[in-house]
Structures are given as structure tokens and as C-alpha cells.
Design a binder for this molecule. Sequence first.
Ligand SMILES: C[S@@+](CC[C@H](N)C(=O)[O-])C[C@H]1O[C@@H](n2cnc3c(N)ncnc32)[C@H](O)[C@@H]1O
Length: 275
Amino acid sequence: MSVEKQVAAHYGRSGSEKPLLDALRAAGKDVDRLTTADLAPVDEFHLGWRAATVGFGKALAFPSGAHVLDIGSGIGGPARYLAETFGVTVTGIDLTPEYVALADALTRRVGLADRVAFREANALALPFDDASFDGAYTIHVAMNIADKAKLIAETRRVLKPGATFGIYDVMRVAVGDLPYPLPWALTGETSFVEPSAAYRQWLGAAGFTIVSERDRSAEVKEIVRANRERLEREGSSALGPHTLMGPGWAERSANAGKALQQGLIAPVEIIARAA
Ligand SMILES: C[S@@+](CC[C@H](N)C(=O)[O-])C[C@H]1O[C@@H](n2cnc3c(N)ncnc32)[C@H](O)[C@@H]1O
């Protein structure tokens, strides 16, 4: 099976609307009047969840009215948050059909379907003309993609000159075996974690200049600690990253925490500008 098929199968298991709506109801939410804030505990699939997207959005600083591309948009939490907060229009693409369908359904539920849309596509072959977008970002996707040079070159192709491209990804900090299963991959076969220096090189080769780079480990550790306390306080019906991820989530999430604490990986944000 190709890496793409394995990746889509891995994520697709957690892409149904019904268990999500049941969990939202159990948490006291009115699923016919959902807000982006209601969804925040469950629709952001990356280290630091919504809190991390808030900081990333500030760093991206897309101007209101810009049309931006979300590469590997998941179930759409970051796209909806950025559209609502910054007044941008977002097109999200993702490999996993279940996530694309759920992203669209949730976007309709929060009333953002006129500004946020999703389609199934591979980040390595974007179905868009050259210079189609005013900006782009990708959050925790590249660690599932071996050919990051191609991912970045393909992103540059669809961006207008001067456009901002932000990457927030799990990057390699030290040499050492990663403890699988991890949230993004059950084995090393679909996991390609690389150091930020390699990303900078690929970005430069594709015609980007680096604007900033930030290791967000300390912030993420604090967010994880606060989330653990919240879940303990609120009990078993509390919404959280576990809501969609099923029974294997605890082990995968604990392993990511271990790798972060051991200094093997870090959530790193790089902001670049297209030449
Ligand atoms: C950890 S999730 C992150 C989702 C979203 N960016 C977020 O932060 O909530 C990784 C996502 O990347 C997608 N993905 C992985 N490889 C991809 C590829 N080659 N092309 C498009 N999407 C891909 C997966 O389907 C999955 O939805």
C-alpha cells in the first residue's frame, strides 16, 4: 500500500460526524447552533491544539480578504478559526476523504461555508493553477510526507510572489528512535520527521526567504499540562483530542509527550515569504 493510502487509512478511522456530535451533545452543546469555540477542543489535530493555532495565526498575519490555502486541513479547525478571526477565505486540501467530508459538514454547522471550503487532494500534486493564492500554511502534515522538497516547491508554485507561507510541524531535534505508535503514524513507515535546518534548505531552494523560526516546545508543554488538569477536573464527558481518536489515542499521545520531553522532537513554526 502506498504511503498516501496508509496515511489516509490511519486518519480516516477518526473521521465520522456521529460520535463527534454525540460527544458534543453529552458536553451540553447545542449541535444545531455550534460555534468555532464549541469545536475548539476537538477540531485541531496538532500539538497545542487551538492555543497553538492562535499564536500561529498572529505570526502568519494574513491580511483580511486574502485567499489562503491550508495544506492538509484535517477536519478544518484551523481554517475555520483563521477565516473567522482574520477575515480570510480558506481553501483546505486533504488526503483523507472522511476528513474532507467532516470538515465541510462542521463548516456548514458554524455558518462559515461561504468563506471556507475543502477538497480531497494530495499536497504533492495540488489541483490549482500557478499563483492562485495570497498565502498558505500547513500544520502537522509534513511529518507524514517523505518528499518535503516537492511539497514546498508545489506550494511555491500555487502562491503569488510576496505571499506568506507558514509551516507548523513536528521537527527532529536530536537523533534517536521515536516511540511508536505516535498520533500521526503507528510505525516509522509513514513518519518522516526532519530537522528545521532541512526545512530552511528546502524553502530556500524553492524560492522562499525565511522571515522567522520559533521552537514552541515550552508553550506546548504548558498547554498540555493545563489540558490534562481540565480533563481531570471536568471528568469523562469532557471534550478533548481523545474525542475522535478512539481507544488507541492515550498511548499515541503519551508517546508524543515522551518524545517531546526527551528532546527528540519539537513543534516548530517557520514563516517564509515567496520571492
Ligand atoms: C495531524 S493531521 C493535521 C490536520 C490539520 N492540519 C490540523 O492541524 O488540525 C494531518 C493531516 O495531514 C493530512 N495529510 C497527510 N499527508 C498528506 C498529503 N500528502 N496530502 C494532503 N494531506 C495530507 C492527513 O490526511 C491529515 O488530515
